[in-house]
Write a protein that binds this ligand. Sequence first.
Ligand code: 5AD
Ligand code: SF4
Length: 482
Amino acid sequence: MNDINDINVTAKDIYSQAPLREPERQLYFIERCREFVLKIRPEGKPLMLVNTFGCQMNAHDSEKLKGMLFEMGYGEAKGESEADFIIYNTCCVRENAENKVYGNLGQLKHLKREKKRLKIALCGCMMQQETVIATIKEKYSYVDLVFGTHNLYKLPELLFAAFISDEPVYEIKTKHGEIVENLPSVRNFKYKASVNIMYGCDNFCSYCIVPYVRGRERSRKPEDILNEIKGLVKDGVKEVCLLGQNVNSYGKGLSERVSFGKLLRMVNDVEGLERIRFMTSHPKDLSDELIFAMRDCEKVCKHIHLPFQAGNDEILRKMNRHYTKEQYIALTERLKANVPGVAITTDIMVGFPGEYDVDDTVDIIKRVRFSGAFTFIYSKRVGTPAAKMDNMPEEGLVKENFNRVLEVLNPIIAEINAEKRGKTYKVLAEGISGHDKSLLTGRLEDNTLIHFKGNTDSIGNTVSVKVTDSKTFYLLGEQEEI
Ligand code: 5AD
Ligand code: SF4
């Protein structure tokens, strides 16, 4: 059998011939990696597995990692045991996300022992923390390649280095570099796609590690965003989700300042595109300009994800959120008044230092009536200002408060869904439902999930669906004859 270590590489020549500009340099290393990859498994295509932890931003980054790996000649493995290359794209926003990575990684040790040619890589947010790197070097020394969020685009060059080296390759950058455009990518879904509009976050909410691991805010140029979307539409995409940690501050630092509201109007003009979503919005930056763009642009879905985190003004101040409870509620009222039928979803955190009750959080939930929410228990992140705050509420109390939030929140979500029974909505049919193979699945404009009886020929199209039943987190329905 061919061992990749036996391949005679003139690495020096390869590096000296590498273009200095991006993306040309990575495209060059994709080709150089391919020469290795094609020899890994004499019996056929070698297989890779990208395991993603965390948010939509990471899920989208993984699409880019996969795109580059496919170009190198890898196929996709169904499970870790058959893979020749495993990469974990990690998340560090809460401790349990990190623990999952360590748990999974521990299990890879046996696999690596059994299969010498297996390469293991770690990347993403967790890798931007020094303590994590020290732990990996000490306890998981069998990992071959480690890189962070600022050099994700360099996977080809770094994997090449891992192929030619017997030592593990670590490249962690503390500062972000350029935004690299036009590298290969794939899509997890055929008819909808995520599009980064900006990277990083400048808000420094006191509990959040994101600004430290994803760096300062930088926006992509509108023309790059529009070109990408036009390309996606040509490829059959009907719905895009514009991604950023805080999309409302889009445009800062661009030579020609374009606001997020303006960008939405530009995307709305892309022919053939049917739906536009975006996330996440910070309440402090949500301008009337954006509200009016949501009102005016027919393709922009009438849904906004607007995390409020906590209801109490003192807690909000300690979180560095820059709004009060009443300001948040007033903002949602302005949204509802201008964008009829708008659905508002949110993130809620329970158990922040000093938060002994959730009365104000419950008050916001009752007054705003969210149609969905991600709920979290506060997790201390070393390096953030909140990690140094005392007055941590006891675990038992936090659990009690968390349950109280769910007890108020879930019935409201169920009620909002129940109000849809008997009505007909436009649904983008995304595919066969994983819930029940005889049904199709899709989303209403307001982002509610629906499983419905429908014609498989409709997949990829926007169809009219009558809601026949509702559950707390999804609807059931039937496609209407046209
Ligand atoms: N603990 C718990 N939840 C957190 N989030 C961010 N940081 C933390 C933390 N330290 C939540 C916030 C944010 C979402 C993406 O994750 O609610 O909106
Ligand atoms: Fe974290 Fe706040 Fe930035 Fe969101 S806006 S990523 S919660 S610092």
